[in-house]
Structures are given as C-alpha cells and as structure tokens.
Design a protein around this ligand. Structure first.
Ligand code: SF4
Length: 407
C-alpha cells in the first residue's frame, strides 16, 4: 500500500504518528507525502483548542476531496471527542481511537517506540499517556482517559537504540509524564532515571513539560544525580498566578506552593531555566486576578513563557462559565506575550560570560546554531560539525538568542 500520514497537535501525537509510520514501513508499505496517490490516509488529530478542531475538520475535507477513493482513518483527540459528528459528516471515513490503532492497523498492540525522528538531533520518547486530573478548561481527560506508562525495559531499549543511532538529546514526553509508573516494576520516573543515565554513549535527557505537583524531592535528586546528562531545564505549566483562578481551574496547587517548589528546584539544579505555560482570559479571571498574576510572574523569575489564549472546550466545566470577552482576552494575551519577550531577552543576556554545553543542530559555512542544556537557542562562530556536544563561552545576546565561541 501507499500510506499518507498527517499529524496535527502535540509532541505525543508526533511520536505516535512516527511509530505508526515505522510499523507500516517495516511491513513493506510505502510512505508517501502526496495524499492524492495514497491507498490509506491516516489523520492524527488534536482538540486542545477550537482552532485545532477547525484544522482537523479542514484536513478531513481536504483528504476527502482530493482522494475520495482512499481509505481515510481519523484518530487522535478530535476523533475521540467528536466521533459521531465526524461519521455523520464523513460516512465513508473510519474513526479509530488511539488505543485501538494497533489492533486495527497491525492486528496487535502498539508500544509506541520509535527508531528515528526525521532531521533531528533530538529524539522524543513517549513514556506515558492519559490524564485524570480534569482541570476545568481541559479536554484531554475526555480525549485520553486511559493512563498508561511504557514498561521500563522497553523504554530503556528504545533510548539505547536512539543513542546508538546518533541522537544526542532524548526528550521524555507524554500527557502527564510526572505520573509515569512502570506497569511491571511499579517504579516511578525518579526510580527509572538512574537506569537511563547509566546507558552509555554521549547524550542528555530533557523533560518535555511536567506538572509542578509531580516534581517530588526524589525526582529532583534523580535529576541532580544525572549531572551534565540532565538538561537543566523545566517547563512547568502554571496557567495562572492568582489563587482564586487556580482554584476555579481545579489546578492542584496554590501560587505560594508553586513558588516554593521553584525555590526547591533552584536549590537542587542551580542553573535551571524554568519556563511556564499560562492561559490568558480564563473564565472568572477578573482584571484584579490578572494583575495579581502579572505580579506573580515578576516574582517567579521565569526564563520565558508559553502564552495560550483561553479556548472554550465544549464539555468542560469552564465552557459553562461566564466567558471573558474576546477583546479582553486578546489584550491580556498581548501583555503576556510582551512579558514573555522581555523574560527571554533578559534570560539570554544573563548567560553572557558563562560556559555552556551546546548541541549543534544546523550549520552554515561560518557558524552553527543549536541549543544549550537550558534550551536556550545559541549561535556559535566557526565551521563545526552538527550533532555533537561542544563547550562554548557565551559572548553576547541579541533578541533572545545567545552568541558564543568554542571554549
Ligand atoms: S493536568 Fe494537563 S492534561 Fe491533565 S487535565 Fe490538567 S491540563 Fe489537562
């Protein structure tokens, strides 16, 4: 068969599509980038915002229009959330839930291991799936209700194989990675990390994003024990800096607790770069709450933020609340984006004069660009091979990018 795979959404979706692609290739099927010549089209969808739903619908229409003969399979969070609506509008399509994809396509279980990531020095490894936290704005627990973790032995073999294939950075990803628990040994992430660090070969380990209340003392100790093999970088969703709003969001921490945990992280990993996610215009967020949130951001010392404008998700508790007007959501998002830009510029500047571990990713005749252990983008003068770690000295910073020389 000729198989076309289109992926929308998060890292987890991307890893899952890569795993499916590799299974089809291993069975001798051809992967095509041209949907018009495909026998089978697989669309892996997202539903995190209403824009994501719109994108999924657009792709379904596009595939149905440009290749009506193809066997169209729709999977992912939008498929899970809107199965009946999709089948009503597209009766010839097949909706397959992610957990059923292995049996439906390959007659057996998918362990979501991957062997490659096109064109990347960094490999994403899915370690966990599902969430039952039910934050009041989030569709994920409805789209990915089953909490599963990859068995430790499969995980270690996958990472070992990726290191042997030349990947220098391994990014652990999932829906709520801090909830990882090996189904065979019962070990949590903190207990598994020493085994990962013990794997040979020059690599470093990065967390994709991790919830604050899953960052235990044991996990911090495991990170610290990893030394240079652990990326001094944390991406920790905050969503809001006002306790009233956090409570309304059903987030399982207070602003004070979050701040105290940041201090613990900095005590264990002194040079850690900490980024957060924040939602602009969550229902019930008053102007005073927003001001409070801004003051929290000033106190937290983030290196940067990922700013999301609140998106109403049908079926979530927040969708039934009084909504903040779109114009006001945009105003707040603009303020947060400006603050993010200032934080990133200040963080890059703070690295001038320091020595850093740099992973070269792209090369030109006169320089290489890549990322530091703290996920800061950098450009290093000179012709250097990509895919290797280098010790560099940061000499300047411009527009949030560091510049340096070999040390
Ligand atoms: S923890 Fe994350 S994935 Fe889970 S419900 Fe909350 S926001 Fe959604």
């Amino acid at each position: 068969m000729k198989v076309f795979i289109k992926t929308l959404g998060c890292r987890v979706n991307q890893v899952e599509s890569q795993a499916v692609l590799e299974r089809f290739s291993a069975q001798g099927h051809a992967i095509t980038q041209d949907l018009r010549e495909a026998d089978l089209c697989l669309l892996n969808t997202c539903s995190v915002t209403h824009n994501a739903d719109r994108d999924a619908e657009r792709e379904i229409r596009k595939i149905s229009r440009e290749n009506p003969q193809a066997h169209l399979i729709i999977t992912g969070c939008y498929a899970m959330a809107k199965k009946n609506e999709i089948l009503a509008a597209h009766p010839t399509a097949q909706v397959v839930l992610k957990t059923d994809l292995g049996p439906a396509l390959f007659g057996g279980h998918m362990d979501w291991t991957v062997k490659s990531h096109a064109g990347r020095t960094r490999a994403f490894v899915k370690i966990q799936d599902g969430c039952d936290c039910f934050c009041s704005y989030c569709i994920v627990p409805y789209a990915r209700p089953q909490k599963t973790s990859k068995p430790k032995e499969i995980l270690l073999a996958e990472i070992k194989d990726l290191i042997a294939r030349g990947y220098r950075e391994i990014v652990l990803t999932g829906i709520n990675i801090g909830n990882y628990q090996c189904p065979q040994t019962g070990q949590d992430l903190a207990a598994v990390m020493p085994d990962i660090f013990a794997l040979g070969g020059g690599f470093r380990l990065r967390f994709s994003s991790i919830e604050i209340n899953t960052i235990t003392d044991g996990l911090l100790a495991a990170c610290r024990a990893g030394g240079q093999k652990f990326c001094n970088y944390f991406h920790i969703p905050l969503q809001n800096g006002s306790d009233a709003v956090l409570q309304n969001m059903r987030r399982r921490y207070t602003a004070g607790r979050y701040l105290a945990r940041l201090a613990d992280i900095r005590a264990q990993i002194p040079r850690a770069a900490i980024f957060c996610d924040i939602i602009a215009g969550y229902p019930s967020e008053t102007k005073e709450n927003f001001e409070e949130s801004l003051r929290f951001l000033d106190a937290a010392g983030f290196a940067g933020m990922h700013v999301f404008s609140y998106s109403r998700r049908a079926g979530t508790p927040a969708a039934a609340m009084e909504q903040v007007p779109d114009k006001e959501i945009r105003r707040r998002a603009d303020i947060l984006h400006a603050k993010d830009k200032a934080l990133r510029a200040a963080f890059a500047q703070s690295l001038v004069g320091t020595e850093q571990q740099f992973l070269a990713e792209e090369a030109t005749a006169s320089a290489v660009s890549g990322v530091l252990s703290n996920f800061q983008r950098a450009v290093v003068k000179g012709a250097h091979p990509t895919g290797n770690f280098m010790r560099v000295k940061i000499t300047s910073a411009q527009s949030g990018v560091c510049h340096g020389v070999l040390f």
